[in-house]
Ligand binder design. Structure first.
Ligand SMILES: *Cc1c(COP(=O)(O)O)cnc(C)c1O
Length: 435
């Protein structure tokens, strides 16, 4: 395999990265973008169209990152672009309410029935942070339960054994977070119902909430084992704790109603992000009316945002939510993701590469592992990361852009047609043969 242009120091991406490092810590505005998990130079992109990305050296790639989740329709979907252009003629924001905010709130409440009241914020981090604050205010308790390998944004008290970039960089705990904050966080192994029951038996009445990714997507992709989410629901109900589903990644992606619809388990609060912004910065949190009405101006829990409900972001998000409500949208997304996973598995098997995949709606995970199925953090950590690194670069050199980390889920969009999927499988065949 010859080294492709993107890795060549004479490339425009490499030159931009050198320049970026002089002004931006590590040259990036979010750590996983730096390619530390796979080695080599990160790509700089000039544009995207449908399922395709074009880098600064005019190389084209089939994109499975999708801006880390939001782009469920692919790049520059006409509905989203049109909605943005229409809003541009009216204004960028007023710091006051708009009709579009009412429309999107109503739509979110309709699509995710556990959400009776919802508030918009500008990132997933804000959504989880605010949901936890409300849960604490409502229960008048301080302790939070999270799970190893789950990532909920860079919220202070949740950067304990966190997934995503924190895991990729080997920094699942963060300096700069006072011990007093993390002392309020219990961290348990994911998919271990017995550990959860035991904790609640001894400490249940001091637990404000459980926050969980109902499908873990920040330690690659690990679905909940049967009964696990149900156990959480029962424990929270019994002990008067708030169950928060962090559906920033899974919301509108694994199913129209999110993971809670797929597994039929109802949380008290839900954090949303990614897809609801259509590619612009939006997050949301919502849930039971009684809990949400603890928030200012109705109640004593303070939460606010200068740019919250930004008309541009809401316009993009609403266009996205309209498009994904078309009948059969998620069935088709599921079919394509499944075809991709089945195709990859067949090619890995043919090349005698130990390989396992998980897939749910428009989300997937691939593991270089002998295990048939992965359900624990330990199993994720036991995968062959070195082999993933080589696979990542082989795929990149053959025109496929995967998340630059063995610990991230992948995303398929509605723009990934048979042509893109077949091209990806051809690239994988070459990659597996070279592994
Ligand atoms: C991405 C993500 C977040 C953080 O969202 P940001 O918009 O990056 O702040 C939180 N929770 C989950 C599950 C995520 O995947």
């Amino acid at each position: 395999m010859t080294v492709s242009k993107p890795e060549n120091i004479t490339s425009r991406s490499a030159a931009l990265f050198e320049e970026a490092k002089r002004y931006i810590p590590g040259g990036v505005n979010s750590p996983v973008r730096a390619f530390r998990g796979v080695g080599g130079n990160p790509l700089f992109f000039q544009g995207g169209e449908g399922a395709w990305l074009t880098d600064e050296d005019s190389n084209r790639y089939i994109d499975y990152v999708g801006a880390w989740g939001p782009l469920i329709l692919g790049h520059r979907h006409p509905d989203v672009i049109e909605a943005l252009q229409a809003q541009l003629t009216h204004g960028l924001g007023y710091g006051a309410s708009t009709e579009a905010e009412v429309t999107i709130a109503k739509t979110i409440c309709k699509l995710v029935p556990s959400i009776e009241r919802v508030r918009l914020v500008t990132s997933g981090t804000e959504a989880t942070m605010s949901a936890i604050r409300v849960a604490r205010g409502y229960t008048r308790r301080d302790k939070v339960v999270k799970f190893e390998g789950c990532y909920h944004g860079h919220v202070d008290g949740l950067l304990v054994k966190a997934g995503s970039g924190a895991l990729t960089l080997g920094e699942p705990d963060s300096l700069g977070v006072p011990k007093a904050y993390t002392d309020l966080t219990y961290v348990l192994p994911y998919n271990d119902a017995a550990a959860l029951e035991k904790l609640f038996e001894t400490n249940g009445d001091e637990i404000a909430c459980i926050i969980v990714e109902p499908v873990a997507g920040n330690m690659n992709l690990v679905p909940p084992v049967p009964g696990y989410l149900e156990t959480m629901r029962e424990l929270c109900t019994h002990y008067g704790s708030v169950l928060i589903f962090d559906e920033v990644m899974t919301g509108f992606r694994v199913a129209l109603g999110g993971a809670q619809a797929h597994y039929n388990v109802t949380p008290d609060l839900t954090a949303l992000g990614k897809v609801i912004g259509g590619g612009l910065p939006v997050g949301a949190f919502g849930g039971k009316r009684e809990i949400m009405e603890m928030i200012a101006p109705m109640g004593p829990v303070y939460q606010a945002g200068t740019l919250a409900g930004s008309p541009l972001a809401v316009a993009a998000g609403m266009a996205m939510l309209n498009a994904i409500q078309k009948p059969g949208f998620h069935d088709e997304l599921n079919r394509r993701s499944k075809a991709l996973m089945n195709g990859l598995q067949a090619r890995a098997d043919a090349a005698n590469i130990p390989f396992t995949t998980h897939q749910l709606g428009g989300m997937f995970g691939c593991f270089f592992s002998e295990e048939e199925s992965i359900s624990t953090f330990e199993q994720v950590m036991a995968c062959d990361v070195e082999r993933f690194r080589r696979y990542f670069h082989l795929m990149l050199n053959n025109g496929v852009y995967l998340a630059p980390s063995a610990f991230e889920a992948g995303f398929v969009s509605a723009a990934h047609g048979d042509e893109e999927i077949n091209k990806t499988l051809d690239a994988a065949e070459i990659a597996f043969a070279a592994l």
